[in-house]
Design a protein around this ligand. Structure first.
Ligand code: NAD
Length: 494
């Protein structure tokens, strides 16, 4: 491992963006919410900020204010809505540094990556604005009369976001609902709420007052109150599978609601014998997103399935690359990977590594705390476990941390069987030079998003989402936009 400067050696990082009060906004003004909670700095464990802990009553006020704002917004022509959303994207770009700093502080994610995330959020808003005219209905030759359909907004929709990629998700997740003519109440992630609270302020500068509401607080109180609210009929959730199921239960108990879920994964990267070990090693390390979010990305290819003839050569190089990742403070320009988000995530990651070794795997890179970061903060060395049994705990469970689990296979059938034999189905990467095999595997692998000889990248317009325990619904595409509308069929008797 390359040693980055210790915390004592690097200059103190700029805290200016944190020196302010954090409130939710209602009717264009900050509302003082008595109940608060502390947001932690994952790099030190210290308190960074105090933010509102919204109650059921606070959520109710937010939903009702959003509902009042929605009627006029929903009545605007889509292209007019699109132009307002583009103004928000432009304003976000103007605040890129501030927003990226907030995510680096409360998320512990390396600053250069968070700058890209802010840009991606703005691009997502622009992209959905480009699709505004996809909200058209169609005519249906169902009889001698005239039949057509309308795509209409739900009203107020709920979006609930996870802690990773905080600003990217906050901004990207409001795009489709807004273009479709809805108001949005966005539940900020509890560990990383700062840039989402800031988004509410920016949205208020260019969008109609109250159209975008942000609530912060716990999932069990604010999140659940939002899901159960009688005016909420459409919920878009991104987070852990167990939370997704709790949301489905709350939704079913409180009404008839449309719920889409973007959940976790234990995604397979499959490398066949006809590939080059150096390219596989580079792509496998990239696919694990160690340097993007310390491995805390849903689409990370966290299971590396290697043909047995390639395994030694690939793993030797993977270990070298992973040991060279510079772990350090997210605001230190020489750092490539920050800490994981919380003590709970740190312990979960360390336990996953221990359990992996107890179940027979070998640590070939990383495996504990980095020696350069002292005892404070939730830093974990990027880790690779080899010789993982597909049925072991580390072979089956999402860690959502910087741990890559490598295993081998002997033939195509075995590769497919290992790849599919998990509860999840989010992404998969297939590496081979055999065109027929590539397409057969892409067809048969149980995943919603597949790369052939690629990894990691998402493409606006290409539907993203999971199958099995990884979710319901597709995003980042016209499918997402239309999912925030309801179809109405109209018949004109001729
Ligand atoms: P999480 O499920 O713990 O929390 C996500 C959000 O749900 C938070 O805002 C939380 O406060 C809220 N929440 C918790 N309980 C709730 C409840 N009962 N009702 C309503 N809201 C509730 O997830 P996390 O730890 O923030 O994120 C990690 C998980 O998210 C991983 O499993 C990861 O794979 C997944 N994820 C999936 C995608 C995707 O696009 N498929 C993207 C990012 C993250």
């Amino acid at each position: 491992m390359t040693i980055a400067p210790t915390l004592e050696n690097v200059p103190r990082f700029d805290r200016t963006v944190l020196e302010r009060d954090w409130e939710v906004i209602l009717h264009g003004k900050p509302v003082s919410i008595a109940s608060r909670y502390d947001v932690e700095d994952p790099s030190s464990g210290e308190v960074l900020a105090s933010v509102p802990e919204c109650s059921e009553a606070d959520v109710d006020r937010a939903v009702r204010a959003a509902a009042a704002a929605q009627a006029a917004w929903g009545a605007l022509p889509p292209r007019v809505r699109a132009s307002k959303v583009r103004e928000l994207a432009a304003l976000i770009r103007e605040h890129r540094e501030e927003l990226a700093m907030l995510d680096a502080w409360d998320g512990g994610f390396a600053l250069p990556i968070m700058r890209k995330d802010v840009e991606s959020g703005a691009e997502h808003l622009d992209f959905m604005a480009d699709l505004a005219l996809d909200l058209s209905g169609r005519t249906v030759p169902a009889s001698e009369n005239f039949h057509y359909t309308l795509s209409q907004p739900y009203g107020v929709v709920a979006r609930i976001a996870p802690f990773n990629h905080p600003f990217f998700f906050a901004s990207a997740k409001i795009a489709a609902p807004l273009i479709a003519g809805n108001a949005v109440v966005l539940k900020a992630p509890n560990q990383t709420p700062l840039s989402t609270l800031r988004l509410a302020e920016l949205a208020g500068q260019v969008l109609p007052q109250d159209l975008v509401q942000v609530v912060s607080g716990s999932g069990h109180v604010a999140g659940s109150a939002l899901v159960r609210h009688p005016l909420i009929r459409r919920i878009g959730f991104t987070g852990a599978p167990e939370t997704g199921r709790a949301i489905q239960r709350d939704a079913a108990e409180s009404g008839v609601k449309n719920v889409s879920l973007e959940l976790g994964g234990k995604n397979a990267f499959i490398a066949f014998e006809d590939t080059d070990p150096e390219s596989i090693a580079n792509a496998a390390v990239q696919g694990m997103n160690f340097t993007i979010t310390a491995g805390q990305s849903c689409g990370s290819t966290s299971r590396l399935l290697l043909h047995e003839s390639l395994a030694d050569a690939v793993l030797e190089r993977v270990a070298e690359l992973v040991n060279n990742i510079r772990v350090g403070h997210p605001l230190d320009p020489s750092s490539e990977m920050g800490p994981v988000i919380s003590r709970a995530q740190y312990e979960k990651t360390m336990t996953a590594i221990d359990t992996g070794t107890r179940e027979g795997a070998n640590v070939i890179a990383g495996g504990g705390r980095p020696s350069n970061m002292g005892e404070e903060g939730y830093f974990v060395r990027p880790t690779v476990l080899a010789g993982v049994s597909p049925q072991s705990t580390i072979g089956q469970t999402e860690v959502f941390g910087p741990v890559l689990a490598a295993m081998t296979f002997r033939n195509d059938d075995e590769a497919l069987s290992i790849a599919n034999n998990v509860q999840y189905g989010l992404t998969a990467a297939i590496w081979t030079n055999d065109v027929g095999r590539a397409h057969r595997m892409a067809r048969d692998v149980e995943a919603g998003f597949v790369w052939i000889n690629g990894t990691s990248r998402h493409y606006l317009g290409l539907p993203f989402g999971g199958t099995k325990a990884s979710g319901i619904g597709r995003e980042a595409s016209s499918e997402e936009l239309l999912s925030y509308t309801e179809q109405k069929s109209v018949t004109v008797m001729l």
